[in-house]
Design a protein around this ligand. Structure first.
Ligand SMILES: C[S@@+](CC[C@H](N)C(=O)[O-])C[C@H]1O[C@@H](n2cnc3c(N)ncnc32)[C@H](O)[C@@H]1O
Length: 237
Protein backbone atom coordinates (compact mmCIF):
# COMPACT_ATOMS: atom_id res chain seq x y z
CA UNK A 1 0.00 0.00 0.00
CA UNK A 2 1.31 3.48 -0.84
CA UNK A 3 2.20 5.72 2.10
CA UNK A 4 -0.54 8.22 1.23
CA UNK A 5 -3.14 5.47 1.25
CA UNK A 6 -1.89 4.11 4.61
CA UNK A 7 -2.22 7.54 6.24
CA UNK A 8 -5.71 8.04 4.83
CA UNK A 9 -6.76 4.64 6.15
CA UNK A 10 -5.17 5.40 9.53
CA UNK A 11 -7.28 8.51 10.08
CA UNK A 12 -10.47 7.35 8.37
CA UNK A 13 -13.54 7.63 10.60
CA UNK A 14 -11.97 10.17 12.98
CA UNK A 15 -14.37 12.82 14.28
CA UNK A 16 -13.68 16.33 15.58
CA UNK A 17 -14.23 15.15 19.16
CA UNK A 18 -11.48 12.52 18.69
CA UNK A 19 -9.03 15.30 17.93
CA UNK A 20 -9.92 17.10 21.17
CA UNK A 21 -9.53 13.84 23.12
CA UNK A 22 -5.96 13.61 21.78
CA UNK A 23 -5.23 17.14 22.95
CA UNK A 24 -6.65 16.40 26.39
CA UNK A 25 -4.73 13.08 26.67
CA UNK A 26 -1.52 13.62 24.75
CA UNK A 27 1.16 10.95 24.50
CA UNK A 28 4.18 11.47 26.75
CA UNK A 29 6.37 12.31 23.75
CA UNK A 30 3.89 15.02 22.72
CA UNK A 31 4.02 16.55 26.21
CA UNK A 32 7.81 16.65 26.15
CA UNK A 33 7.99 17.88 22.55
CA UNK A 34 5.50 20.60 23.41
CA UNK A 35 7.71 21.77 26.28
CA UNK A 36 10.64 22.02 23.90
CA UNK A 37 8.72 23.85 21.16
CA UNK A 38 7.11 26.21 23.67
CA UNK A 39 10.49 27.11 25.12
CA UNK A 40 11.89 27.86 21.64
CA UNK A 41 8.87 30.05 20.84
CA UNK A 42 9.06 31.99 24.09
CA UNK A 43 12.82 32.44 24.16
CA UNK A 44 12.99 33.62 20.55
CA UNK A 45 9.69 35.52 20.41
CA UNK A 46 8.51 33.47 17.43
CA UNK A 47 5.21 34.53 15.86
CA UNK A 48 4.65 32.01 13.04
CA UNK A 49 5.02 28.24 12.75
CA UNK A 50 4.22 25.44 10.34
CA UNK A 51 3.65 21.80 11.26
CA UNK A 52 4.55 19.80 8.17
CA UNK A 53 2.67 16.49 8.05
CA UNK A 54 0.42 17.59 10.90
CA UNK A 55 -2.24 14.86 10.71
CA UNK A 56 -4.53 15.65 13.70
CA UNK A 57 -2.43 18.70 14.59
CA UNK A 58 -2.16 17.65 18.24
CA UNK A 59 1.30 19.17 18.72
CA UNK A 60 0.18 22.46 17.19
CA UNK A 61 -2.98 22.54 19.29
CA UNK A 62 -0.89 22.19 22.45
CA UNK A 63 1.06 25.36 21.68
CA UNK A 64 0.10 28.75 23.03
CA UNK A 65 -2.54 30.34 20.80
CA UNK A 66 -0.50 33.50 20.44
CA UNK A 67 1.52 31.84 17.67
CA UNK A 68 0.00 31.61 14.18
CA UNK A 69 0.31 27.99 13.02
CA UNK A 70 -0.13 26.57 9.54
CA UNK A 71 -1.23 22.94 9.53
CA UNK A 72 0.03 21.27 6.36
CA UNK A 73 -0.64 17.73 5.20
CA UNK A 74 -0.87 15.86 1.92
CA UNK A 75 -4.00 14.11 3.18
CA UNK A 76 -6.92 16.35 2.19
CA UNK A 77 -9.36 14.37 4.41
CA UNK A 78 -7.39 15.08 7.58
CA UNK A 79 -6.95 18.77 6.76
CA UNK A 80 -10.72 19.00 6.18
CA UNK A 81 -11.29 17.39 9.58
CA UNK A 82 -8.72 19.64 11.28
CA UNK A 83 -10.46 22.65 9.82
CA UNK A 84 -13.87 21.44 10.96
CA UNK A 85 -12.61 20.68 14.46
CA UNK A 86 -10.44 23.73 15.09
CA UNK A 87 -12.20 26.51 13.14
CA UNK A 88 -13.68 28.24 16.17
CA UNK A 89 -11.38 27.14 19.00
CA UNK A 90 -8.10 27.84 17.21
CA UNK A 91 -8.40 31.16 15.37
CA UNK A 92 -4.58 31.13 15.15
CA UNK A 93 -4.63 28.14 12.72
CA UNK A 94 -4.32 28.17 8.93
CA UNK A 95 -4.73 25.05 6.80
CA UNK A 96 -2.91 23.79 3.75
CA UNK A 97 -3.20 20.62 1.67
CA UNK A 98 0.17 20.30 -0.02
CA UNK A 99 3.16 18.10 -0.63
CA UNK A 100 5.99 18.87 1.78
CA UNK A 101 8.48 18.55 -1.10
CA UNK A 102 7.02 21.62 -2.81
CA UNK A 103 5.25 23.82 -0.29
CA UNK A 104 3.25 26.78 -1.65
CA UNK A 105 5.07 29.42 0.44
CA UNK A 106 7.65 32.10 -0.23
CA UNK A 107 11.20 31.62 1.01
CA UNK A 108 11.60 32.49 4.70
CA UNK A 109 7.91 32.46 5.63
CA UNK A 110 7.98 30.88 9.12
CA UNK A 111 9.85 31.32 12.42
CA UNK A 112 9.41 27.67 13.33
CA UNK A 113 9.18 24.70 10.96
CA UNK A 114 8.55 21.43 12.73
CA UNK A 115 7.17 17.96 12.51
CA UNK A 116 7.08 14.63 14.30
CA UNK A 117 6.63 11.17 12.86
CA UNK A 118 7.04 12.11 9.21
CA UNK A 119 10.67 12.03 8.03
CA UNK A 120 11.44 8.44 9.10
CA UNK A 121 9.12 7.13 6.41
CA UNK A 122 11.36 8.39 3.59
CA UNK A 123 14.68 7.21 2.15
CA UNK A 124 17.88 9.26 2.33
CA UNK A 125 17.36 11.25 -0.88
CA UNK A 126 13.78 12.17 0.03
CA UNK A 127 14.79 13.10 3.57
CA UNK A 128 17.46 15.42 2.20
CA UNK A 129 14.96 16.86 -0.30
CA UNK A 130 12.32 17.42 2.42
CA UNK A 131 14.82 19.10 4.76
CA UNK A 132 15.95 21.41 1.97
CA UNK A 133 12.33 22.48 1.49
CA UNK A 134 11.72 22.95 5.26
CA UNK A 135 14.87 25.09 5.36
CA UNK A 136 13.76 27.16 2.38
CA UNK A 137 10.55 28.29 4.10
CA UNK A 138 12.31 28.97 7.42
CA UNK A 139 13.08 32.60 8.30
CA UNK A 140 16.55 33.74 9.34
CA UNK A 141 16.68 33.45 13.12
CA UNK A 142 14.08 30.69 12.92
CA UNK A 143 14.43 27.08 14.04
CA UNK A 144 13.74 23.81 12.23
CA UNK A 145 12.72 20.97 14.55
CA UNK A 146 12.38 17.40 13.28
CA UNK A 147 11.32 14.55 15.54
CA UNK A 148 11.32 10.85 14.76
CA UNK A 149 11.26 7.50 16.57
CA UNK A 150 14.57 6.39 18.01
CA UNK A 151 15.54 3.07 16.43
CA UNK A 152 18.84 3.31 18.34
CA UNK A 153 16.88 2.51 21.49
CA UNK A 154 16.76 -1.28 21.67
CA UNK A 155 13.28 -1.75 23.21
CA UNK A 156 11.70 0.34 20.44
CA UNK A 157 13.79 -1.29 17.70
CA UNK A 158 12.83 -4.73 18.99
CA UNK A 159 9.12 -3.87 19.12
CA UNK A 160 9.27 -2.44 15.60
CA UNK A 161 10.93 -5.58 14.22
CA UNK A 162 8.52 -7.92 16.01
CA UNK A 163 5.52 -5.94 14.80
CA UNK A 164 6.75 -5.77 11.19
CA UNK A 165 7.69 -9.48 11.06
CA UNK A 166 4.29 -10.47 12.50
CA UNK A 167 2.59 -8.01 10.14
CA UNK A 168 1.14 -6.02 13.05
CA UNK A 169 2.85 -2.75 12.08
CA UNK A 170 0.03 -0.48 10.94
CA UNK A 171 2.12 2.50 9.78
CA UNK A 172 4.36 2.93 6.75
CA UNK A 173 7.84 1.37 7.23
CA UNK A 174 10.35 3.41 9.23
CA UNK A 175 14.02 4.05 8.56
CA UNK A 176 16.70 3.93 11.25
CA UNK A 177 18.27 7.36 11.58
CA UNK A 178 20.52 8.74 14.31
CA UNK A 179 20.60 12.50 13.77
CA UNK A 180 20.06 13.40 10.05
CA UNK A 181 23.58 14.86 9.96
CA UNK A 182 24.32 13.64 6.43
CA UNK A 183 20.93 14.74 5.13
CA UNK A 184 21.54 18.22 6.55
CA UNK A 185 25.07 18.35 5.17
CA UNK A 186 23.67 17.50 1.72
CA UNK A 187 21.81 20.82 1.93
CA UNK A 188 24.75 22.72 3.43
CA UNK A 189 23.05 23.05 6.81
CA UNK A 190 25.28 23.11 9.89
CA UNK A 191 24.70 23.61 13.61
CA UNK A 192 22.71 20.44 14.25
CA UNK A 193 21.64 19.65 17.83
CA UNK A 194 20.18 16.36 19.02
CA UNK A 195 18.27 15.27 22.08
CA UNK A 196 16.09 12.29 22.97
CA UNK A 197 12.75 12.58 24.73
CA UNK A 198 10.19 10.32 26.34
CA UNK A 199 12.03 7.51 28.05
CA UNK A 200 8.78 6.07 29.43
CA UNK A 201 7.28 5.56 25.96
CA UNK A 202 9.79 2.95 24.76
CA UNK A 203 8.32 0.39 27.15
CA UNK A 204 4.79 0.85 25.79
CA UNK A 205 5.71 -0.54 22.39
CA UNK A 206 6.38 -4.04 23.70
CA UNK A 207 2.98 -4.23 25.41
CA UNK A 208 2.13 -7.31 23.31
CA UNK A 209 4.16 -9.27 25.92
CA UNK A 210 4.49 -8.35 29.61
CA UNK A 211 7.44 -10.78 29.79
CA UNK A 212 9.39 -9.01 27.03
CA UNK A 213 8.48 -5.67 28.54
CA UNK A 214 9.70 -6.67 32.01
CA UNK A 215 12.95 -8.01 30.52
CA UNK A 216 13.62 -4.67 28.86
CA UNK A 217 12.77 -2.83 32.08
CA UNK A 218 15.30 -5.01 33.94
CA UNK A 219 17.95 -4.59 31.21
CA UNK A 220 17.37 -0.84 31.31
CA UNK A 221 18.85 -0.75 34.82
CA UNK A 222 22.17 -1.80 33.27
CA UNK A 223 22.05 -0.30 29.77
CA UNK A 224 19.99 2.83 30.42
CA UNK A 225 18.28 2.77 27.01
CA UNK A 226 17.61 6.03 25.22
CA UNK A 227 14.04 7.32 24.99
CA UNK A 228 11.51 6.98 22.19
CA UNK A 229 11.67 10.30 20.37
CA UNK A 230 14.80 11.70 18.75
CA UNK A 231 14.56 15.44 18.22
CA UNK A 232 17.01 17.34 16.08
CA UNK A 233 16.94 21.08 15.69
CA UNK A 234 18.91 23.73 13.85
CA UNK A 235 18.71 27.50 14.09
CA UNK A 236 19.07 29.44 10.81
CA UNK A 237 21.59 32.24 11.15
C1 LIG B 1 2.58 10.13 11.72
S1 LIG B 1 1.62 11.28 10.88
C2 LIG B 1 2.06 12.73 11.76
C3 LIG B 1 1.58 12.73 13.16
C4 LIG B 1 1.63 14.07 13.81
N1 LIG B 1 2.80 14.82 13.44
C5 LIG B 1 1.54 13.94 15.31
O1 LIG B 1 2.55 14.17 16.00
O2 LIG B 1 0.47 13.59 15.80
C6 LIG B 1 2.43 11.57 9.33
C7 LIG B 1 1.68 12.55 8.46
O3 LIG B 1 2.55 12.98 7.42
C8 LIG B 1 1.76 13.17 6.27
N2 LIG B 1 2.59 13.14 5.06
C9 LIG B 1 3.23 12.07 4.52
N3 LIG B 1 3.85 12.43 3.40
C10 LIG B 1 3.62 13.74 3.23
C11 LIG B 1 4.03 14.69 2.23
N4 LIG B 1 4.79 14.33 1.19
N5 LIG B 1 3.62 15.96 2.36
C12 LIG B 1 2.84 16.34 3.41
N6 LIG B 1 2.43 15.49 4.38
C13 LIG B 1 2.82 14.21 4.29
C14 LIG B 1 0.75 12.04 6.31
O4 LIG B 1 -0.38 12.30 5.51
C15 LIG B 1 0.44 11.95 7.79
O5 LIG B 1 -0.69 12.69 8.13
Amino acid sequence: MEQEEIWKKHTMGLKPEDLFKRIQNPAQFQIELNAMLSQLITENGYKTAIEVGCEAGTSSAMLDKSIEVTLLDLNDDIIKLDQEAYATTYPNFKYCVADMFAMPFENESFDLVFNAGVIEHFDFDDRARAIKEYWRVLKKGGTMVIAFPNHYSLPYRFAYLVRTITKKWIFPPENKMYNLKKELQASGINGLQRTVLSKASIFNWNNYSPLVNNCFKALDKVFNFEGYLTVIWVKKN
